[in-house]
Design a protein around this ligand. Structure first.
Ligand code: UDP
Length: 400
């Protein structure tokens, strides 16, 4: 099973973190904590909850997980809110807002909240708080890049956010003057024992790649991401085209469809059209965590050319496997990459620079190796799930 039992981390992370977790948990043993989000799989939030919740339970906090059952129409509205909070101009009608509120109202009626602390993730279940009798602290955990939000959308969601006792964001850049509630910063983290990140043998890797007709005989460039415009998959194809003119290589774009992201199929169709003009491009939409793992391991370079990115777990995932990453200098990505040392940061949309950095890595195995070693150590120290657990225990302790 993935990530159950804090003792698995002994020897992998600093012992002080494990001791600090036990100390922090001691004062809140038996406390009931509820996490609420809107999808069980697809996207980083679901992945993180899958690892964090068993660990919370393991150290003595009773953590539950509830899902908002949205329908596609409502998820189209919440994706607009997501896009608006990331700065896009979006139009939302009163009818759409009513549908969003109505589904949250129904959800609130069906969800018993018998917990001491409630943690609500992202905009989908954000208004649920309005429809509950408040007895205990509620936390809004915002995973998205809110460094430059669209003012209209900010105005729309602020009344809900202001009802919360605390907000939690991924980096300082997301602390917002419009939300003068207490705000903590908790960067996300990866689970080294999950199917996405666990060790794989060379045979296992080859087998997994072969299932998809892939092999690493030509250097592989990989981006693992939902087909989302903020992840700029078309920009990845542009960049690949430039690299391929100089050095023979192949590109794999792997992106599953999250149930709460209705834009995926539309973006995917655009990607297919452009990819058809290029050679040695493989597009995969299957959900297969071991394939993510194998690809991030076999890649010469992992790309994450995002234009906005709450954090970008895929960056830490690749670095953990010793693979250098070329990524957009946005959101939480600069926390993870030391430019020139564990990979390279580029300005979003600067495909010439992206291609230049990729070529530098492809032509310099020693640089690839050095980036990999430094990257893994950086992730070990900062972005493994026990540190995330400790941060949450401290927030819960303060609130309870
Ligand atoms: N992921 C996956 N399969 C895919 C695409 C993504 O398992 O086809 C995983 C990826 O490895 C990472 C998470 O989904 O663990 C995405 O998290 P990230 O923070 O990178 O982006 P988000 O989708 O949350 O914006």
């Amino acid at each position: 099973m993935d990530g159950v039992g804090i003792e698995r981390y002994v020897g992998l992370i600093d012992a002080e973190i494990i001791a600090a977790i036990q100390r922090a948990a001691r004062s809140i043993y038996g406390l009931r904590v509820l996490h609420v989000n809107s999808t069980f799989h697809g996207g980083g939030v679901a992945g993180m909850l899958n690892s964090l919740i068993p660990l919370m339970n393991d150290v003595g906090v009773n953590a539950d997980w509830n899902l908002l059952y949205g329908d596609p129409a409502v998820f189209a509205v919440t994706k607009k809110l997501h896009n608006g909070l990331q700065g896009e101009d979006v139009e939302i009608t009163q009818e759409e807002i009513d549908a969003y509120l109505s589904i949250n109202q129904t959800f609130a009626l069906y969800s018993p909240v018998i917990h001491h602390v409630v943690i609500v993730h992202d905009p989908q279940p954000l208004p649920m708080i309005r429809f509950r009798q408040r007895e205990n602290p509620w936390v809004w955990r915002c995973h998205i890049d809110v460094s430059a939000p669209n003012p209209q959308i900010l105005k729309l969601v602020s009344p809900f956010i202001l009802r919360y006792d605390e907000a939690v964001v991924s980096t300082e850049a997301y602390q917002h003057p419009s939300w003068p509630i207490d705000t903590s910063i908790i960067p996300p983290a990866i689970d080294p024992f999950s199917e996405i990140n666990r060790e794989m043998t060379a045979d296992e890797m080859d087998q997994k790649l072969a299932e998809y007709g892939l092999d690493c005989s030509k250097p592989v460039l990989v981006q693992v991401s939902r087909f989302d415009k903020w992840k700029d998959p078309l920009g990845v194809l542009e960049t690949y085209q430039r690299v391929k003119q100089d050095t023979d290589c192949q590109l794999v774009l792997l992106g599953n469809m999250a149930t709460d992201d209705p834009e995926g199929p539309e973006i995917y169709a655009q990607v297919v059209q452009k990819a058809n003009e290029l050679e040695d491009v493989t597009l995969i939409t299957q959900t297969d965590p071991l394939l993510v793992n194998a690809l991030q391991r076999c890649a010469a370079v992992v790309l994450q050319l995002s234009k906005r990115e709450g954090f970008g777990l895929t960056v830490s995932e690749a670095l953990w496997k010793g693979t250098p990453v070329v990524a957009g200098q946005v959101g939480g990505i600069p926390l993870q990459i030391d430019d020139g040392k564990t990979g390279f940061l580029i300005q979003p949309g600067d495909y010439d620079s992206a291609a230049d950095r990729i070529l530098r890595l492809l032509k310099d195995p020693a640089l690839q190796e050095a980036c990999g070693v430094g990257g893994r150590e950086h992730v070990r120290r900062n972005f493994l799930v026990p540190r995330l657990l400790l941060d949450w225990l401290n927030v819960i302790r303060e609130l309870a």
